[in-house]
Design a protein around this ligand. Structure first.
Ligand code: KIV
Ligand code: ZN
Length: 532
């Protein structure tokens, strides 16, 4: 007999069902510079729900009003996935978690405390006995709000094994239904981690009353290997993030864990509820929201993950794909770049195409704007690909709520003369014009924006990627800006890299304005009245 979602499961095949717990929006957001806006988190949650993630850790509600708001909003929109929130061992944390999650039909409170001697002594300044008392008090308290309580022993892999067994037994006794063993600092190796999970299975008398979970960080590049070792030893929940984002070197990558189990089901006969065909979409959504590009050679979701460059490999692939392909690109939702439509394609065909690309739910206004841009693009560019259309729609979605918009841009670049930009912006409905010279055309553009809408932000990241191949390809530009510790990421696509640069910067700025409006509405109103 076995439990999954706290239902007794007897069948052998169900015993091998692995619960996927995603922490992209909690641990993932702890990556330096990876903060996501509320709108982006909602968009990600919709994709994750569709992807089939079992539990979505939506945030750490006590950490900030923004986190609280995000967990609350996400709890209201999830259809299948169960939302979870993180709480330290304090009643205030647990109350905030409950408050943010309570509108969901089912929700999970995830509470944790450190158990290694190092953390107990230097971080918590608590004795092992005090930690034991805290577990008793706070797991019991969390259970007042839900029967779905997860307990984690932070720095688990550096914890004395006998003490860990004692704490785990107690947490289960107090009502925790999931016990998570984090490798907080990415220190363990597969053989050791396997032993830890096996010891818990063998030594904790009530272990069959809970699901064992693994949560691995990637400091030594072993997060996925360690997670799989944990599963092979009996863990039935894996905590992970899309694209492996997370603190320092990141967390175990969801896409790698799921596809490793699927591809090597001969050795790992486990199943997840993930619809793998949506993996690529989820990866792009997270990368767009965070502004963290996916490295080209990243397993499963990297641009080159299914590219075959060498002649020998290409020849083998043409003869039989299995020669060099262990999984198909289609199985993770990577479609062969397809030529889609040309300038004669109509609105109806365009709408059908959007639906095929996963944009069935977008509003008519967004379709109209994207269609207009598509027509312009089809006039400029010989081949319009799926990726071009995705970039156009994402761009139209982004612009829907902008208060500052680019109306026109002229740039004078080249050798000799200083680079110059002439720009017209619509700022809160008013047209404003400026021209500036700069240290390169992008600098001149950003200076114009600053002149027309004075502000003081730090540019943290400026990145250009080609959407497809060729010199007529659209460019997607990502910009990250920072103001008083808050960051926003903007993106835009255009065949003209400089237009995309201006729009990406404006997008980040528009998001920053929304953030300011929320956090300091009065200050913001004063600035607006001053015409800033
Ligand atoms: O890495 C860690 O220990 C964590 C816990 C809060 C689960 O993220
Ligand atoms: Zn972690």
């Amino acid at each position: 007999m076995y439990y999954i979602y706290h239902q007794k499961i007897d069948k052998m095949e169900d015993k091998n069902r692995i619960i996927i717990f995603d922490t992209t929006m909690r641990d993932g957001e702890q990556s330096p510079g990876a903060s996501m806006s509320l709108e982006e988190k909602i968009q990600i949650s919709r994709v994750f729900d569709e992807l089939g993630i079992d539990i979505i850790e939506a945030g750490f509600p006590i950490a900030s009003p923004g986190d609280f708001e995000a967990v609350t909003a996400i709890s209201k929109i999830l259809k299948k996935s169960v939302p979870a929130g993180l709480a330290r061992h304090t009643k205030k944390d647990i109350d905030a978690c409950h408050e943010a999650l309570k509108s969901a039909k089912r929700f999970r409170i995830h509470t944790f405390i450190s158990t290694s001697s190092l953390h107990m002594k230097h971080k918590l300044n608590k004795t092992p006995e005090q930690v034991i008392d805290s577990i008793k008090e706070h797991v019991t308290y969390a259970r007042k709000f839900t029967d779905d309580v997860e307990w984690s022993c932070e720095d688990g892999t550096r914890t004395d094994m006998d003490f860990m067994c004692k704490t785990v037994e107690l947490a289960i006794k107090c009502g925790a239904k999931t016990i998570n063993i984090p490798d907080t600092v990415g220190y363990t190796v597969p053989s050791e981690f396997k032993k830890i999970i096996e010891t818990l299975k063998n030594k904790v008398p009530n272990i069959d009353k809970a699901i064992l979970s693994v949560h691995c960080h990637n400091d030594l590049g072993l997060a996925v290997a360690n997670s799989l070792a944990g599963v092979s030893a009996g863990a039935r929940q894996v905590e992970c993030t899309i694209n492996g984002i997370g603190e320092r070197a990141g967390n175990a990558a969801l896409e790698e864990i799921v596809m490793a189990m699927k591809t090597r089901s001969d050795l790992m006969p486990f199943k997840t509820g993930i619809n793998t065909k949506l993996i690529s979409k989820a990866s792009k959504t997270v990368s767009n929201a965070t502004g963290f590009p996916v490295q080209f050679n990243k397993a499963i979701v990297g641009k080159n993950a299914f590219a075959h460059e060498s002649g020998i490999h290409q020849d083998g692939m043409l003869k039989n794909r299995n020669t060099y392909e262990i999984m198909t690109p289609e199985s993770v939702g990577v479609k062969k770049t397809s030529l889609v439509m040309g300038k004669h394609s109509g609105r109806h065909a365009f709408k059908d195409k959007l639906s095929d690309l996963g944009y069935a739910g977008v509003t008519d206004d967004v379709i109209q704007t994207a269609f207009g841009k598509f027509k312009i693009l089809a006039d400029k560019k010989k081949h319009v690909y799926d990726e071009d259309i995705i970039a156009l729609v994402d761009d139209s979605l982004i612009k829907e709520s902008n208060v500052i918009n680019l109306k026109s841009l002229k740039v004078f670049a080249g050798t000799g003369e200083p680079q110059k930009a002439e720009m017209t912006l619509e700022v809160y409905g008013e047209l404003k014009k400026a021209n500036e010279t700069g240290d390169g055309p992008v600098d001149a553009i950003f200076k114009c924006i600053k002149k027309l809408y004075p502000h003081d932000v730090k540019l943290q990241l400026y990145q250009v990627h080609a959407v497809t191949e060729g010199t007529d390809a659209q460019a997607t530009v990502s910009v990250r800006i920072e103001e008083k510790g808050k960051t926003t990421v903007g993106q835009a696509a255009d065949t003209d890299t400089l237009v995309a640069s201006a729009n990406a910067y404006l997008n980040a700025l528009n998001k920053m304005i929304i953030k300011r409006e929320k956090t300091a509405p009065e200050e913001f109103e004063q600035e607006r009245m001053k015409g800033i």
